[in-house]
Design a protein around this ligand. Structure first.
Ligand code: SF4
Length: 351
């Protein structure tokens, strides 16, 4: 019997590259959508041959800019998934999108073909900041897409970036107040990190200090109306991203498309997909358990202390440092203090 597998589909095309972006995506005026879709369909066939017909609780189209995908190809992929796997009732099907790439007619088509959750890359409500980040949209277009999506029977999330040069706790508080006014029930707040390979990496920017970043992080927690359920993610109860939650919990997932990662469970062995496609290699149970600790401790519900997880943890350290981690109901959670020093905490916790 094959375990359920979540499905991640990578769409690596964007209209242009943003100044901070180190994701696997490239600017491409006219992607060969037919060829790319045929590749994904071939990968679906491959996994169906390898694993048989398994349950699929979530499908996530990420990128890149998946909302550029012509809807007929989105429909083909969804239909093919249904034909090969058991997409469970009420499966969560998320489409990542960028404002300016999705008018209401196309949004309605994506919904008609199965999308029931839209994640919008808003990043900022300040036009100067959006230009600085290299985004192609302005705040008005972003607000319009949020409003259109919220008016439909789907779940809606938006991504924002904080910690830009010149940002401080007050600015981030203002951003959070604006987010509260949108009526969103899920948002992701990502700290700007400068990757050397990006335009920002070559600009010698003056970034906020660690203390200022910690103040901004606290300002978000104190101002947003949505509870934090993961280091960078906030949602009302039952509005969390189920796809990400499943993956953070250590459930199996398959990546489809160029550079898509996956963790596949086959014949009692965990496999790591090597950059998408159909290449994969086994990983040890300990390596898999360590991944679960790393992702689980970023969540407010913590990591389930199953046998494999306990095997890789220094439980004595955990018991002696309950100001950093706490154990309840068979789960280990990082405290607020623990989350602020999570990287160091993980070094001490993992054997
Ligand atoms: S739209 Fe997203 S994936 Fe594309 S370049 Fe910008 S940040 Fe990167």
């Amino acid at each position: 019997m094959t375990l359920p597998h979540n499905i991640y589909i990578h769409v690596p095309f964007c209209i242009s590259k943003c100044n901070y972006c180190a994701f696997f995506s490239h600017a491409c005026a006219k992607p060969d959508w037919e060829k790319y879709t045929a590749g994904i369909i071939g990968e679906i066939d491959h996994w169906a041959e390898m694993l048989g017909k398994f349950d699929v609780p979530t499908v996530f189209f990420g990128g890149g800019t998946p909302s550029l995908l012509p809807t007929k190809y989105f429909a083909q992929i969804i239909e093919h998934l249904h034909s090969k796997f058991n997409i469970v009732n009420n499966a969560e099907i998320t489409l990542e999108s960028n404002p300016g790439t999705l008018d209401t007619a196309r949004l309605d088509e994506f919904i008609k073909y199965g999308a029931n959750r839209l994640s919008i890359g808003v990043q900022s409500f300040d036009d100067d900041e959006l230009a600085f980040l290299g985004r192609r949209h302005n705040a008005y277009t972003a607000r319009k897409l949020i409003d259109s999506a919220l008016a439909r029977q789907i779940r809606v999330s938006a991504d924002f970036i904080y910690g830009l040069p010149g940002h401080n706790a007050n600015k981030v508080e203002n951003l959070c107040k604006q987010i509260n006014n949108t009526g969103l029930s899920h948002c992701s707040m990502y700290e700007l990190t400068i990757e050397p390979s990006t335009p920002f990496g070559k600009m010698n920017l003056t970034m906020p200090t660690n203390n200022e970043m910690a103040d901004m992080y606290t300002a978000i927690q104190n101002t947003l109306n949505l509870p934090r359920y993961e280091v960078s993610n906030y949602a009302n109860p039952d509005n969390e991203c189920r796809h990400n939650q499943n993956i953070w919990d250590g459930d199996a997932y398959i990546g489809l498309g160029t550079a898509a990662a996956g963790r596949v469970f086959m014949n009692n062995v965990w496999y790591e997909q090597l950059g998408g496609g159909v290449k994969f290699e086994p990983i040890t149970n300990d390596a898999r358990a360590i991944e679960k600790v790393i992702t689980g401790l970023r969540t407010m519900r913590g990591v389930l202390l199953a046998k494999d997880v306990k095997n890789v943890l220094n439980m004595e350290y955990a018991k002696e440092h309950n100001e950093l981690v706490q154990i309840n109901d068979e789960r280990m959670r990082a405290t607020d203090n623990g989350i602020l020093v999570l990287d160091d905490l993980l070094v001490n916790l993992i054997r």
